[in-house]
Design a protein around this ligand. Structure first.
Ligand SMILES: *Cc1c(COP(=O)(O)O)cnc(C)c1O
Length: 390
């Protein structure tokens, strides 16, 4: 290696070393998964860090059924192009039709991932006469979308709809803005708490320039009679202008979707860069997502079980004296100090529960936590054993 290269690399090596010193170095861990069991370094543990909320990704029978029903000529593993060129296979339109039907006839548009979706929609729909008001804790992908846009940007206190209302009162009359987009999640990934969507819609209706953007990544499949998310649960599907979600979690697949007005859909097809300039997902993935989506619509009992064990765990954690903001299947145990949290996570892993510690900067200072994410494959007995160790 020449000297110049060494110097360049050295800068990064120093930064990595700093991360390591602070205990913040991130690394891949290889693992083997079978059902709800995850094996790491030949230790088998109950997987309590999975986004496979309905256990569908690990269901081998489902996979067999899908491949049996899909002949070789339909197992198309690349779309070879953006949808605007030659990539628009029938599987795309089929899945959009399914979504549109389920979501009360509204238009549906698909994206390669939730990340593509969130970095693409906001810049496409905003200009310098747009104000974005976002919950303090929205996912990094929405923050990146806001950063890529030319909109002005203000954050409101997490889940504080009074604060949001104050900001709307302040900015709605401001003539420098043509529109205000309010951005939030329904179920939040770190606290497992949720936005009161009915109240959010009620507030929005008082301000004519406002559009709502709600990310249901953690609620899709899990909430509502048919699993369409919190918007279905609270009867506000028609009232959320930009209703987005992902297929990579409960839906056991990959990709993102938007439910919106047909004009917004057409406008995004003409302006959204991650949609226009990226090869579309393989048609095979679309077919799989549609196959899973049809199943998910019927999984009422599974959703009920998940809800039951979630409430059970939330109560158990509170009665142990911990803070627990969760109202969902994502249940944090807030410990406070990072080192204590890391030690506790290690102890639980040794006892057979795969739970990860979450520390700053992912969460605010002094709120390090164990993040438990429940799936339908977890039983009440599992939780009793876990709670006894807390
Ligand atoms: C996981 C997640 C995403 C990203 O979706 P991918 O399909 O994994 O890219 C976006 N938003 C939220 C709230 C998420 O939790």
């Amino acid at each position: 290696m020449n000297l110049l290269n060494d110097t360049l690399l050295n800068d990064y090596a120093i930064k990595l070393d700093e991360l390591k010193q602070q205990g913040n170095l991130r690394q891949f861990t290889s693992n083997v998964q079978q059902g709800h069991v995850i094996e790491i370094n030949s230790q088998k543990m109950l997987n309590l860090s999975s986004n496979d909320y309905l256990g569908l990704a690990s269901d081998i029978k489902l996979r067999e059924q899908f491949f049996d029903e899909t002949p070789n000529e339909l197992r198309i593993m690349s779309s070879s192009s953006s949808r605007l060129l030659t990539g628009n296979f029938p599987e795309y339109e089929q899945l959009e039709d399914s979504l549109s039907q389920a979501f009360q006839g509204r238009a549906a548009l698909l994206f390669n991932s939730g990340y593509h979706m969130n970095i693409g929609i906001l810049p496409a729909l905003s200009d310098s006469r747009t104000l974005i008001l976002a919950d303090k804790l929205v996912h990094a992908s929405m923050i990146d979308g806001i950063r890529l846009s030319t909109a002005k940007y203000v954050r409101y206190r997490h889940n504080d709809l009074n604060h949001l209302t104050q900001l709307l009162q302040k900015y709605h009359a401001d003539e420098s803005f043509d529109r205000i987009i309010v951005v939030t999640e329904s179920i939040f990934s770190m606290d497992g708490d949720e936005t009161d969507l009915a109240e959010l819609v009620r507030i929005k209706k008082q301000f004519s320039k406002v559009m709502l953007y709600v990310d249901e990544a953690h609620a899709m499949g899990v909430r509502g009679e048919q699993g369409l998310g919190c918007a279905e649960q609270y009867g506000v599907i028609d009232d959320i202008d930009l209703l987005v979600g992902t297929f990579g979690k409960a839906l056991a697949s990959v990709g993102g979707y938007l439910i919106c007005h047909p004009i917004i859909r057409e406008y995004l097809i003409n302006s959204m860069r991650p949609l226009i300039f990226s090869t579309a997902q393989p048609p095979m993935c679309m077919a799989w997502t549609d196959f899973i989506f049809q199943k998910v619509l019927t999984l009422k009992n599974e959703r009920q079980h998940l809800s039951n064990i979630s409430h059970y765990l939330q109560h158990a954690i509170l009665s142990k004296g911990f803070d627990c903001p969760s109202t969902s299947h994502i249940v944090p145990v807030i410990i406070g100090e990072s080192q204590k949290t890391v030690d506790k996570a290690r102890q639980l892993q040794q006892a057979g529960f795969y739970i990860m510690p979450v520390r700053p900067p992912t969460v605010p200072k002094h709120s390090s936590r164990l993040r438990i994410s429940l799936t339908t494959q977890v039983s009440q007995t599992d939780l009793d054993q876990l709670v006894a160790l807390l």
